[in-house]
Design a protein. Structure first.
Length: 119
């Protein structure tokens, strides 16, 4: 069993910044990728950013240039630095861990952390 715990969400004004963290623990034998998805009210869950073993990153077009994903392999932790936040970034943010390279749908997920961007 793998447990993921997200932190760092909250309320921020437009143009502000937040840093999300996701710490993985439990039976972790390998990590192919970790990353973040988000789900806004009434919308489907969407990819935000991923980082695979070796450091290659992927971002949704809507967050490129504003968000940065990073990973601490020693701590099994993934971070999402979010700058220049917009109201459209309001969502519950979920982290995942894919240990076998089968894709996030087959990985472990956290419970989510709420990010609200509003004045």
């Amino acid at each position: 069993q793998v447990q993921l715990v997200e932190s760092g969400g909250g309320l921020v004004q437009p143009g502000g910044s937040l840093r999300l963290s996701c710490a993985a623990s439990g039976s972790i034998f390998s990590i192919f990728s970790m990353g973040w998805y988000r789900q806004a009210p009434g919308k489907q869950r969407e990819l935000v950013a991923t980082v695979i073993d070796g450091g290659t990153t992927t971002y949704a077009n809507s967050v490129k240039g504003r968000f940065t994903i990073s990973r601490n392999n020693t701590k099994n932790t993934v971070y999402l630095q979010m700058n220049s936040l917009k109201p459209d970034d309001t969502a519950v943010y979920y982290c995942y861990l894919d240990s076998r390279g089968l894709g996030p749908a087959f990985g472990s997920w956290g419970q989510g952390t709420q990010v609200t961007v509003s004045s």
